[in-house]
Design a protein around this ligand. Structure first.
Ligand SMILES: [Zn+2]
Length: 83
């Protein structure tokens, strides 16, 4: 009977320890996910805008065409400026 009580205590301690560990792991995962999400949001907000060297139209940097002498809004303006 004494051993049963000790066994129950040991099991209870293990169960509590695992519950705590699971909670701290979940918290760690949440903390790791949060900075990634906020940095993604920041990257979207700070899209760089650049002006075409021919017509000065502004566009996001990822949509601009890069030529040998500058950046352009379209293939036509790149040809016009560089030919
Ligand atoms: Zn242009």
């Amino acid at each position: 009977m004494k051993y049963l009580v000790i066994l129950a205590l040991v099991l209870a301690v293990i169960w509590l320890w695992q519950g705590k560990r699971r909670a701290s792991l979940a918290e760690k995962a949440r903390k790791q996910q949060q900075p990634q999400a906020s940095s993604k949001g920041r990257a979207l907000q700070t899209t760089e805008v650049i002006a075409c060297d021919v017509c000065a139209v502004h566009m996001p940097l990822n949509e601009a065409l890069t030529g040998g002498r500058g950046v352009y809004c379209s293939e036509a303006h790149r040809r016009q400026a560089e030919s």
